[in-house]
Design a protein around this ligand. Sequence first.
Ligand code: ADP
Length: 194
Amino acid sequence: MNLLVLGPQGAGKGTQAKRIAADYALPHVSTGDMFRAAIAAGTPLGKRVEPILAAGELVPDDLTVALIEERLAETDALDGFVLDGFPRNLAQAEALDAMFRKIHRSLDAVLFFDLPDDIATERMLKRAEQESRPDDTPDVIARRLAIYHEQTEPIVEHYRATGKLVPLHAERTVDEVYTEVQDALDALSGSAAA
Ligand code: ADP
């Protein structure tokens, strides 16, 4: 299964993506995690993107698209993946469409974790107390949510038009949301088998 998770920061999509990846034996491909790993390892990419992540801005599309193209070509991703954090704007969504056309692949579902901003902010501030992500300060959280609405939200319509969008109720508990995810994925594999 080729899956995409989409939604604002704080929607819990990373948590759900990890759970799906574990249960369905798919690699969890998270651009945010990949950038943070590059920063931790001090690679040239890491050095370049560190101030961008700290400010809550988007890494340039050429770097991000190249990273994903390489990652999805790795053996463990050939039978499927859970893509998390990419695409984040229309240009990236179009680059992904083009990439898939070239290799004759397509997305099976786009899981959309929708959440009002006030709940998203509240959850991120709570997370900030538990983890210590440098981009979880109130200013940077506000900037990341603004970019989400400006640049990422328009791709919801892009995927709705493909008929692959699966809207979920992300304000519910982790277990409740995961039950919705499983129902959606079971329906998908049921229809694929039929
Ligand atoms: P969140 O969804 O909580 O913002 P992520 O881990 O998905 O966290 O991303 C962290 C940061 O990594 C983003 O704020 C951005 O700077 C960078 N990033 C991740 N994915 C992309 C992408 N597809 N395009 C550009 N920048 C990205």
